[in-house]
Design a protein around this ligand. Structure first.
Ligand code: ZN
Length: 328
């Protein structure tokens, strides 16, 4: 990754470049912004540039290669271990910082989710900020500066990050993923300014699942229930049962709108023709009843009922009572 490849965050990129060019990099930064919007990527790109022999993320010098392989000895990443960032992690870091950098001109400490330091860890970390080691840059990341000790806050140079715009996320998707338009629309909605690979991959799974759930509900009248058992099991194994119920709810809400001939605000607009065709002939009572069933299923799952059985039972009732079809 190079600065020119980073999509969005232009003013922050510019600020870091100027600090580097003018040799005015502070000893510690606090990067503030939502999770998954590219703060870590920017730190890594910045650190790589600072230590590159060509000063331009060449990806071929020894330093760049070490960064690219995730094995640079002078790049220390601290992140929550289980419940939070423990005092032992900070003590180990202090031990490292007592030594000279192995290779880098500028050694870097990146603290992810810095707000997850407990009081003991934070007080210990404060000592590093109070007497920063030479040739060391410290970067803390957090979505909310108010969750850090004021004494830590006040010692860092703050940089604020905004979520990426829809257009910027679209650019990331176009560059890194080849998605069908229906899937892409859902991913853009789900991403909410985040571009971390994990979020995008989850969004793609959910986008495909939404289409499968909606077709399942739509076709239950004629399809056989056991055709769906494997799919339900698979979603439960991936812990996606909550999303299954959400998609059911969204379909039902759209069903209500389609009955009233209101299609502009449909959640599942891509299904408008199917919804309009099916929506007539259903009474308010029947719709209310099926809404209630989805809620009951959610409660049953929360109270430890077998998740796959609860979903199957919901589909049985959808098929039998909602669509008036025999259960097979
Ligand atoms: Zn290089």
């Amino acid at each position: 990754m190079t600065f020119s490849n980073i999509i969005g965050h232009e003013s922050n990129v510019q600020q870091l470049k100027i600090a580097f060019q003018q040799d005015r990099i502070p000893s510690s930064y606090l990067f503030i912004g939502a999770e998954g919007i590219g703060k870590s990527t920017l730190v890594k790109t910045f650190v790589e540039m600072m230590n590159c022999q060509t000063r331009d993320n060449c990806h071929s010098c020894d330093s760049c290669r070490m960064f690219d392989n995730g094995m640079h000895p002078d790049f220390h990443v601290i992140k929550p271990d289980g419940q939070g960032i423990r005092i032992k992690q900070i003590q180990d870091l202090i031990g490292h910082l007592d030594l000279k950098p192995t290779y880098a001109e500028k050694r870097v400490v990146l603290v992810k989710e810095a707000h997850k330091m407990n009081l003991e860890s934070a007080n210990s970390f404060l000592k590093i900020l109070e007497e920063p080691p030479l040739d060391t840059l410290i970067v803390l990341l957090t979505p909310d500066e108010n969750r850090l000790l004021e004494t830590i806050n006040s010692r860092c140079h703050k940089v604020y990050f905004s979520p990426l715009t829809t257009k910027e996320i679209q650019m990331v998707l176009d560059r890194n993923y080849q998605l069908d338009p229906d899937i892409q629309d859902f991913v853009l909605c789900y991403a909410q300014g985040r571009v971390r690979k994990r979020f995008i991959e989850k969004a793609v799974v959910l986008a495909n699942m939404r289409i499968q759930v909606l077709h399942m509900l739509q076709n239950l009248k004629t399809e056989k229930l056991y055709d769906y058992s494997l799919l339900l099991d698979q979603w439960v194994k991936q812990n996606l049962q909550g999303y299954f119920l959400e998609f059911c709810m969204s379909w039902l809400r759209d069903f209500v709108s389609a009955r009233q001939e209101v299609v502009t605000g449909l959640i599942n607009y891509d299904m408008k023709d199917e919804l309009k065709a099916a929506a007539h002939g259903f009474s308010d009572e029947k719709l209310q009843w099926i809404f209630g069933l989805v809620v009951e299923t959610e409660l049953a799952i929360q109270s430890n009922a077998s998740k796959a059985l609860a979903l199957e039972s919901l589909l049985v009732q959808f098929k039998q009572i909602f669509w008036g079809a025999p259960v097979v």
